[in-house]
Design a protein around this ligand. Structure first.
Ligand code: SF4
Length: 251
C-alpha cells in the first residue's frame, strides 16, 4: 500500500492562527528575558509562537503549546525588561528571538519605536511575513538601529518543505523577504540551515543570494544542535545527518 502524502502546512495561514493566540491587544506573549552570549553579549526577549515547525528547532517545547507558555507583555514592559538587562550587563544591543517575532506586527513596531536609538536591535526572523507583504519591510526601514537576520530553512524549496513540513513556496517568501529588505534599505543579512543540503544546492543558494546583494554570498551557515528531541524529530522524518558529507540520506 502506498503511504499517504503528508499534508503540508500553509505558513501564512499558520501565522494568522498562531498570531491570534500569542497576541492580546498591543501585547505579545514572551516566555523569558535573558542575557545571552551571542553577538558578543546581547539582551534577549524570547517570544512565543511561530508559523513553521522546523524539525531542528531548539525551542520546540514553546512552539507546540503557545497558548500555555509565557505571559503577555506590552511593548513598554518588553523595553523595560530588555533595558534592565542592558544596564546590568553593560550590553549595547538587544534582540527578539525564541520563536517568530513578526507574528504581531504592531507590537514589534512599537517595541522598535520605543527602543533608544543608540541600542542596536537584532531581529531574528524566518522572514515569511516580510516576504509576503513588502510594506512590512518599508515599516522596518524607519529604524536605523535595526539589523534583521533572516534565517532560511534549507537551501531550496524542497529542503524547506522537508525541514519544516510547510509548503515549499515558503522558501520563496523567505528569499523575497531579503529582496524586500534590501530594496527598502533595511540592514539585513541571511543565515541558513544548510546542514541537510548538498554542496551543489548550497552553491546555488549562494549564487541566488549574491544576486540579491553581492555580500550575501557570505551567508551564515547555521549549526545543527542535536538535542535529543531534535535527533528524534529528524529520525522520525527519515532524515539522517552526517557531519562529514553534509548530505541528506533518506533512510
Ligand atoms: S522558524 Fe525558528 S522558531 Fe520557528 S520553528 Fe523554525 S527554528 Fe523554530
Amino acid at each position: 500500500m502506498i503511504a499517504p502524502e503528508p499534508t503540508l502546512s500553509d505558513p501564512l495561514l499558520t501565522a494568522e492562527q498562531i498570531g491570534k493566540i500569542v497576541s492580546s491587544g498591543s501585547k505579545r506573549r514572551y516566555y523569558r528575558f535573558r542575557p545571552a552570549p551571542f553577538y558578543g553579549g546581547i539582551a534577549t526577549a524570547d517570544c512565543v509562537g511561530c508559523c513553521l515547525k522546523c524539525l531542528f528547532c531548539w525551542s520546540w517545547h514553546i512552539l507546540i503549546q503557545p497558548e500555555k507558555t509565557g505571559h503577555f507583555y506590552s511593548p513598554n514592559e518588553v523595553i523595560r525588561n530588555l533595558l534592565s538587562i542592558v544596564r546590568k550587563k553593560g550590553f549595547h544591543q538587544v534582540r527578539i528571538s525564541g520563536n517568530e517575532p513578526t507574528l504581531h506586527r504592531a507590537h514589534l513596531l512599537e517595541v522598535l519605536h520605543l527602543m533608544p536609538k543608540e541600542i542596536r536591535f537584532i531581529l531574528e526572523t524566518n522572514g515569511i511575513l516580510i516576504g509576503h507583504d513588502p510594506s512590512f519591510a518599508k515599516d522596518l526601514s524607519r529604524f536605523h538601529n535595526l539589523y534583521v537576520r533572516v534565517s532560511l530553512k534549507g537551501s531550496c524549496p524542497e529542503d524547506f518543505m522537508r525541514l519544516t513540513g510547510a509548503k515549499p513556496e515558503g522558501f520563496t517568501l523567505q528569499m523575497k523577504a531579503l529582496e524586500n529588505l534590501v530594496r527598502e534599505g533595511v540592514n539585513c543579512f541571511p543565515a541558513a540551515m544548510t546542514h541537510f543540503s548538498s554542496k551543489e544546492k548550497i552553491l546555488k543558494l549562494k549564487q541566488q543570494l549574491k544576486e540579491i546583494r553581492p555580500d550575501f554570498v557570505n551567508l551564515e551557515e547555521e549549526e545543527l544542535i542535536l538535542y535529543p528531541f531534535v535527533a528524534e524529530h529528524l529520525q522520525s522524518a527519515g532524515l539522517n545527518w552526517d557531519d562529514n558529507s553534509n548530505l541528506v540520506k533518506p533512510r
